[in-house]
Each structure stands twice: as structure tokens, then as C-alpha cells.
Ligand binder design. Structure first.
Ligand code: FAD
Length: 419
């Protein structure tokens, strides 16, 4: 196993409380507190929209006010300083409501654990409290026009100039960059090293001079991700996240946090939300007695149940105090497989209404769901890449050959490099 894969798998989660002991009375008292909060504050969101960001922020602010935000993070870093058992109880109760915080997935599911895991004490105190309470939004800048699946081929560079890093390059597909305050970016800091070895990770201010954000318009009518052009963007030397030239290990860790966040969602326990919603549609459309529809719904129900169980195992592994391993890819891939399987079923159930995706048409939400569901096969690493990871890291199959592993990056012709 090569070094850059093995190192991060066993890194203990710093500053998280892993003591799981909660006696039944404590657990019940906490569950009652969470239920009371959710009854008052969890109104839910119909579908993704511009207001869903504001709704998520408002909900998160209320959560922070109630002392229930960032449950497993230390109080000194803006968290609640509670245990993983509290977190599990919260997720179980939260899972009974429509998710209000999916717009915070990148901030909380990816950037926050990275700050906690790799940030200096100063960075944690500076950034984590506002992140946890959603006073700030964060984005992830990895992908480039010539570096997606093979993100280690990235060409954005960072050079030290006195007390500041100067970044130049282009990023793409950056979700929610247009509403983000900060971003975690990876850039090349040593072109003489092999491509995986000369990368570092930085925090940048998304409002800094030289950061140009251009929206990308999506097939479903939305505009949630962006192209980003970085021209002489200056970021303080102290905003290097983690170690210099250790960016690949950290990027891999962040991708695993991402796959867990995408694959397991915000809730815990066994859920089958899509099947439940489609069963309602079948009832309303008089199709529940159709044997083929019933069979497909049952398959979907089983797939969602299995995915929940895999997610619970992944979360249990994280509970043991580790950055999630390649098993995180299982949940992520499973979600993508469910999306692919559900598309023709939705079309059959909702029928012609599904074509109405503007205005108040009954099928609008489903049409948007179908169109946006294609992203689940790509975002956070494509299905093929998840299969590669599962193949060589989970099943122990032979790795893909890597001809450029030991060559200096500057001698490679990768991505958009033409000469
Ligand atoms: C909705 C959405 C949101 C996103 N948000 C972000 C974000 O916030 N930040 C960010 O940095 N990026 C983001 N991305 C980018 C995403 O990570 C990349 O699109 C993804 O990693 C694939 O890279 P690519 O698009 O360059 O495709 P490519 O890497 O060019 O892949 C093209 C095709 O080749 C296949 N392929 C490539 N390599 C292999 C291989 N070794 N084995 C088998 N098949 C292979 C792929 O599976 C794919 O089918 C987002 C993408 C989407 C769709």
C-alpha cells in the first residue's frame, strides 16, 4: 500500500469527545431536549432554492443558540463539547424531519472536520465557531478543468511571498462558492516533487481581491456551482491548513469526509425516505396495486434500508475515533446506484407530470429531482472512481497501474498542459 493512502486512515480525530458513555436516563433527557427543539424549529424545506440556504442558516443559528450545534466539537471551538452518543441521538431524531441543513453539507460535513483535524489551535479558534453556527459558509476548491478524477494533476499554484501565499489558477464545479465566505483550496507548492507529493492545502477568503466567481447554469434551472479564477490571490502564511506539501493526504481525508457526508446524510438510523415518498405518490395515483410498481418500490425500500445500515457502520467506525476509511465510498456509491435505479421508477409513477419542470406543475419537484440526481454519479468522485477505491482498498484487488507516480510534476503532461 502506498504511503499517501495508509497515513490518513488511522489519524485519530483530534479534539472530539469519543467517550460514548451515556446512561439511559441521560440519553432520554437529551432525546427529550432534542425533540422539543425540533418540534419548535424543524419546519423543513420543500426543495433546493435560494431560500434554502437562508433557512438552513437560520435553523443552524437556532441550534447553536440552544447549545445543540457542533455536538462533538469542543466548547472552546464553538461546539457543544458532548459525546458521539449525543450526536447519534440528535441524528436519529433529526432524521424524522425533512433535512433543513443540506446546504451546509460542505461547510459542516467536509470543511469543519478538516479544520478540526488539521487546523492549528489559532485556526480552530478563529474559524470553527462561526462555521458551526453557520455565520460563515465554506466551499471546497479541488477540481480544475484538467484535474477531476485525477485531482493530483492540479495546476493551481501557491508561492510564498513574505508573510503571504500567492495563488494563481482556475478551479471549477465549486459548489456554493458564490455564497461562501471561505474556501479550502489545494494548490501546487512543489512542482519538482511527484504530483501527489508537492500539493498543499490553504484557507482563502472568498472575498479577497483576485477571486473571481462565475456561476455555472445547471440543467435543472439552478446555479449552485461555479468556475473560480484565482489571480494573485493573497492569503496569510498562517492560513496554510495542515503541513506544507502534505495536501494530498489531507485532500484524500477530505474526500472521504465528503463521501461519508454525501453517503450518510445528516440523519442516523434506518431511513427509506425516497421509497416512502414514492409509496405516497403510488397511492395517490392509484398505482399501488400494480405488481411491477410494487416490486420496484420494494427493491427501492430494500436498497435504502441497506444503505442506511452501511451508513450506520461507517458512522460507527468514525465513532471509534478515525478519519473514515475507503468504506465511505460504499455509501456514496450506493446513493448513486439508488438515484440511477429510481429515475425510471419515478417517471413511471409520476407520469407526464414529470415533464413539467417550470411553474406550479405537480411533477415539478420530481422533474427537478430526476435532473439533479445525475450529479450523484459524479460529485464527490464518479461511480467508476468509487468502484476503483472499493476494488483496491476494500476488496484488496490489484491497484490500477500508475506510470507517473515517481516523476516530478514539472516533467508531466497532465490535464490542460499542452507543451
Ligand atoms: C454537482 C457537483 C458538485 C461538485 N462540487 C464540487 C466542489 O464543490 N468542489 C470541487 O472541487 N469539485 C466539485 N465537483 C467536481 C467533481 O468532483 C468532479 O466532477 C469529479 O471528480 C469528476 O471529475 P471530472 O468532472 O473532471 O471528470 P473526469 O475525471 O474527466 O472523468 C470523466 C470520465 O472518466 C472516468 N474516469 C476518469 N478516471 C478514471 C479511472 N481511473 N478509472 C475509470 N474511469 C475513470 C470518470 O468516471 C468519468 O466517467 C462537483 C461535481 C458535481 C457534478
Amino acid at each position: 500500500m502506498s504511503g499517501y493512502w495508509t497515513q490518513w486512515q488511522t489519524v485519530p480525530m483530534s479534539n472530539t469527545t469519543i467517550d460514548d458513555a451515556l446512561n439511559p436516563a441521560e440519553a432520554e433527557a437529551f432525546r427529550a431536549e432534542v425533540r422539543e427543539f425540533l418540534e419548535k424549529n424543524a419546519s423543513g424545506i420543500g426543495r433546493r432554492s435560494e431560500t434554502s440556504i437562508q433557512i438552513g442558516k437560520t435553523y443552524q443559528a437556532a441550534l447553536a443558540e440552544a447549545g445543540l450545534a457542533g455536538l462533538v466539537y469542543g466548547k472552546e471551538h464553538g461546539g457543544a463539547g458532548k459525546t458521539r452518543a449525543h450526536d447519534r441521538i440528535y441524528r436519529e431524531e433529526y432524521g424524522k424531519y425533512p433535512d433543513m441543513t443540506f446546504e451546509l453539507t460542505i461547510s459542516h460535513g467536509m470543511c469543519l472536520p478538516m479544520l478540526n483535524q488539521f487546523g492549528t489551535e489559532e485556526q480552530k479558534r478563529q474559524f470553527m465557531p462561526d462555521n458551526i453556527a453557520a455565520r460563515t459558509m465554506w466551499c471546497q476548491m479541488f477540481s480544475e478543468p484538467g484535474a477531476g478524477s485525477d485531482v493530483a494533476s492540479l495546476q493551481t499554484k501557491a508561492e510564498l511571498d513574505g508573510d503571504e501565499w500567492v495563488l494563481n489558477g482556475q478551479k471549477v464545479w465549486t459548489t456554493l462558492a458564490h455564497v461562501s465566505d471561505y474556501g479550502i483550496v489545494i494548490a501546487r507548492t512543489n512542482p519538482d516533487a511527484p504530483k501527489h507529493a508537492g500539493i498543499s492545502m490553504f484557507i482563502i477568503d472568498m472575498k479577497a481581491p483576485g477571486v473571481e466567481i462565475r456561476p455555472i447554469h445547471q440543467i435543472d434551472g439552478g446555479s449552485h456551482f461555479n468556475e473560480i479564477f484565482l489571480t494573485d490571490v493573497r492569503t496569510p502564511k498562517s492560513w496554510l491548513l495542515g503541513e506544507l506539501n502534505n495536501g494530498w493526504n489531507q485532500a484524500t481525508a477530505m474526500l472521504m469526509f465528503e463521501r461519508v457526508a454525501i453517503g450518510t446524510g445528516s440523519s442516523s438510523g434506518v431511513t427509506h425516505n425516497l421509497a416512502d415518498r414514492l409509496i405516497d405518490v403510488a397511492k395517490n395515483n392509484g398505482k399501488l396495486s400494480d405488481p411491477v410498481i410494487r416490486q420496484e418500490l420494494m427493491k427501492l425500500y430494500c436498497e435504502e434500508t441497506c444503505k442506511s445500515l452501511v451508513s450506520m457502520r461507517t458512522r460507527a467506525e468514525m465513532k471509534a475515533g478515525k478519519v473514515p476509511g475507503p468504506g465511505g465510498s460504499l455509501g456514496k456509491l450506493h446513493g448513486a446506484v439508488i438515484a440511477r435505479f429510481s429515475r425510471p421508477l419515478i417517471n413511471r409513477l409520476v407520469g407526464a407530470d414529470c415533464d413539467a419542470w417550470e411553474g406550479e406543475g405537480r411533477g415539478e419537484n420530481w422533474a427537478r429531482y430526476i435532473l439533479s440526481s445525475f450529479q450523484s454519479n459524479i460529485a464527490g468522485g464518479t461511480d467508476e472512481i468509487q468502484r476503483n477505491i472499493i476494488g483496491d482498498r476494500v476488496l484488496g484487488l490489484p491497484r490500477e497501474p500508475m506510470v507517473d507516480k515517481n516523476m516530478p510534476f514539472k516533467d508531466l503532461k497532465v490535464g490542460t498542459i499542452r507543451s
